[in-house]
Design a binder for this molecule. Structure first.
Ligand code: GRF
Length: 216
């Protein structure tokens, strides 16, 4: 069985979308894969409740209990490794990871980011998009590299930006697409249809599936 470990920091709607897809598509049978555990760096993360309600093991590694990034990441690594991950999914995980952590999971750790990278890395992506006046915005799933939000892109979903959009309306439109894109990318990586090779994404066999989604 391939274990998927999810790291979260808050609401957990991407985690929920992933769990829904795994159940709907019966990943335990079709992919021999399961979400093996959920780890949050925040004790109050709502996503912990979502995971617990489905009987998943949850853990909190509170970054505030650590005096350095190195010590937090070492504790996180220990917790992740205990779950024997095939794949680590950053599903709304809001901490910058050290190089040692990134190296350990090179090619088997992916992140969902709410912009069409390489535009608008970092925080407040919807505000950045509105300020830049772009007409198209979206979400990206990528392998995690040493560059913040800069790793090899797996898939993207684009949405229109409307003239009357606020950060909130735009964020909601993008989030709905994240919920489609992330499970799809996770599945393709677990299937071995998409993999990481020397810092690039290689598509082996996406079986007619598009990694570019266009949402409304
Ligand atoms: C998502 O927009 C994700 O892309 C970003 O933070 C948000 C997390 O939302 N990194 P949720 O916790 O998955 O609901």
């Amino acid at each position: 069985m391939k274990n998927v470990v999810c790291l979260i920091s808050g609401r957990g709607s991407n985690l929920e979308a992933l769990l829904d897809a795994a159940a709907r598509e019966q990943w335990e049978h079709t992919l021999r894969a399961r979400i093996a555990g959920v780890i949050s760096n925040r004790p109050g993360a709502a996503g912990l409740g979502i995971a617990a309600a489905r009987g998943l093991p949850t853990q909190v590694i509170d970054h505030r209990q650590h005096t350095s990034r190195d010590s937090f990441d070492a504790a996180l690594m220990q917790a992740v490794d205990a779950l024997r991950p095939e794949l680590v999914v950053l599903a709304g995980f809001m901490r910058v990871l050290t190089a040692a952590f990134v190296d350990r999971y090179a090619g088997r750790m992916i992140n969902v980011h709410p912009s069409l990278l390489p535009a608008f890395p970092g925080l407040a992506t919807h505000r950045q998009a509105l300020a830049a006046g772009v007409r198209v915005h979206g979400a990206t799933v990528h392998f995690v590299s040493h560059d913040l939000d800069g790793g090899a892109i797996i898939g993207q979903a684009a949405v229109p930006v409307h003239a009357d959009d606020t950060e909130e309306t735009l964020a909601a439109r993008v989030l709905a697409q994240e919920h489609v894109l992330l499970p799809r990318c996770v599945r393709l990586v677990l299937q071995g249809a998409v993999r990481w090779h020397q810092g690039r994404t290689v598509e082996l066999d996406v079986a007619g599936e598009s990694l570019a989604l266009f949402g409304a």
